[in-house]
Design a protein around this ligand. Structure first.
Ligand code: PEP
Length: 261
């Protein structure tokens, strides 16, 4: 059975006490069936809002199996950037991963490819796992522009990285129209884009370091098995269904049980 990356983006949800309770439930569930949840077959990373990062880190620190990252972070280390938290600060607080270019950052907060690239590069340079989110809007898909849009997002994010910086990189294909809408990409459409992203990454960084490719966009228990079974989909970046420990873990369970069946 292949390894699955199960990454949970909590967005702007969960105060520290809720985060603590969530982690307890998640860890209890993982402990219940220890054989099913080994580091070899599952990597879980939670992306809480900054305010709840310490609570998550304190709750998961003993478990080893669960990591925590940030949903965003500024590329400058410190200075006059009111309201921002730097990636360096996030790393020193214990985060081990950072999302870059989530569609809500791109579309609500106006982050262009250039800013996304700076954030991704900074994350990788300071040793965080950098999760590059990319994907087309519905209008772009309907206009047949998906591959061109994805190419441009990936090309601009890769530019300026050298061949060694692929280590620590994760790609997350998240079609904008599928995020939070309940409409997921078909497994074959998701596979096609993920395979393309994998080829572009291999061309840039070589075949040496494995760069996982995730799919995100309305992943839930009922569609997980088919999506995660695709050859070039290594895992899921999950928003809504990650907000409850049981529905989050059910995504992996659907895949595992399907594989064992
Ligand atoms: C996300 O926020 O990255 C996401 C994929 O959200 P959802 O699973 O709710 O579509």
């Amino acid at each position: 059975m292949k390894k699955i990356w199960l990454y949970g983006n909590w967005k702007m949800n969960m105060i520290p006490s809720e985060a603590e309770e969530y982690c307890k439930k998640l860890l209890d569930a993982l402990k219940k069936e220890p054989g099913a949840y080994s580091k070899e077959n599952l990597e879980i990373c939670l992306f809480p809002p900054f305010i709840s990062l310490p609570a998550v880190l304190a709750s998961i620190s003993k478990a080893g199996m669960v990591r925590a990252g940030v949903q965003d972070g500024y590329f400058e280390d410190s200075g006059a950037f009111t309201g921002e938290v730097s990636l360096k600060m996030a790393a020193s607080a214990g985060a081990s991963a950072a999302l870059a270019g989530h569609s809500e950052r791109r579309h609500i907060f106006g982050e262009e490819n250039e800013i996304v690239a700076k954030k991704l590069h900074k994350a990788l340079q300071i040793g965080l796992t950098g999760v590059l989110c990319f994907g087309e809007t519905l209008a772009q898909r309907e206009a047949g522009e998906t591959m061109a849009v994805v190419d441009e997002q990936l090309r601009s994010a890769f530019e300026g990285l050298d061949g060694t910086e692929g280590k620590g990189l994760i790609l997350a294909y998240e079609p904008v129209w599928a995020i939070g809408t309940g409409k997921n990409a078909t497994p074959s459409d998701a596979q096609e884009v993920c395979a393309h992203a994998r080829r572009l990454a291999a061309r840039k960084f070589g075949e040496g370091d494995y760069i996982p490719v995730l799919y995100g966009g309305s992943v839930k228990e009922s569609n997980a098995r088919e999506l995660l079974s695709q050859k070039d989909i290594d895992g899921a970046l999950v928003g809504g269904a990650s907000l409850k420990a049981d529905s989050f873990l059910a995504i992996y369970e659907a895949f595992r049980k399907g594989f064992e069946a």
